[in-house]
Design a protein around this ligand. Structure first.
Ligand SMILES: [Zn+2]
Length: 264
């Protein structure tokens, strides 16, 4: 692989399907030039485990936060729990994954009640947010616009991008990065392909979202960070450039957003 250095900006490795072979998974990602990864947090009970593996493997950094589909777990004390977790470990590089998921059209208000304090906390701690947004782009843009007007919108990334070029433009205008996952490699993902062609060089990241949504040619299998190379190659084709360019640009963008080196 030579000079290719990649950053998987979003994955999950503590689900039970990694219990038996996490060390092999790490060896494989090293063999593909993956230098860093951001392990996204979905719920509070994951935090001790994330802390543990991030200190076992140099590549692993993580976020702390509550996924919108776990919103019923948000409590009065949750904000201070997240604040403490973020402040006590230098491997924490973001708040999330947070956001809105209206796919099932349930508990919208509960999701918003968990989202806003997490956005405020990110601003307070000057950490970026990792945003999960499914079937809720308009609502998310409205909330971010409101925070932006008050000077309280954090930096961040829209992870696993599945929106339209028009929605992407609105998130870019708010200063957010856009992250492309294995979905990019699916033949019918026309709108995502369009977004991938036009996103500015300094505004995109790449990710696997392991263990979900493995990219072609691994489709249907368990996803893992080594496969971020497939996302990068596909993106290089779409943008009519070389893999090395995608590797350099996406890694620099991830460094700019997550500021790993400041935290070591
Ligand atoms: Zn995720």
């Amino acid at each position: 692989m030579g000079d290719i250095e990649l950053i998987d900006s979003h994955c999950h490795l503590i689900f039970e399907n990694f219990e038996k072979d996490l060390e092999d998974v790490v060896l494989r990602l090293r063999s593909k030039g993956v230098k860093k990864l951001v392990h996204a947090c979905c719920e509070f009970k994951e935090i001790p485990k994330l802390k543990k593996i991030s200190h076992e493997f140099d590549e692993i950094y993580y976020s702390v936060g509550l996924h919108p589909l776990e919103s019923e777990k948000w409590e009065q004390s949750s904000k201070s729990l997240l604040r403490r977790s973020a402040q006590e470990d230098r491997r924490v590089v973001a708040i999330g994954e947070l956001g809105l998921d209206f796919f099932k059209n349930e508990n919208k208000n509960m999701q918003i009640d968990a989202l806003i304090p997490q956005m405020e906390l990110a601003c307070e701690l000057e950490l970026p947010v990792i945003i999960h947004c499914r079937d809720a782009a308009n609502e998310m843009i409205a909330i971010c616009n409101d925070l932006f007007r008050k000077g309280k919108c954090p930096k961040g990334v829209l992870h696993c991008w599945t929106g339209t070029p028009n929605e992407m433009k609105q998130f870019l205008d708010l200063g957010f990065y856009i992250s492309f996952s294995g979905i990019l490699t699916f033949p019918k993902a026309y709108e995502i392909h369009e977004c991938a062609k036009i996103v500015p060089n300094d505004k995109y990241l790449i990710e696997t979202d392991s263990p979900f949504l493995a990219p072609v040619p691994h489709r249907g299998k368990r996803n893992e960070p080594a496969f971020v190379e497939n996302v990068a190659k596909f993106l290089a084709d779409l943008r009519s450039t070389e893999l090395i360019t995608i590797a350099k640009e996406s890694s620099k963008n991830a460094e700019d957003l997550f500021k790993f080196d400041l935290l070591i």
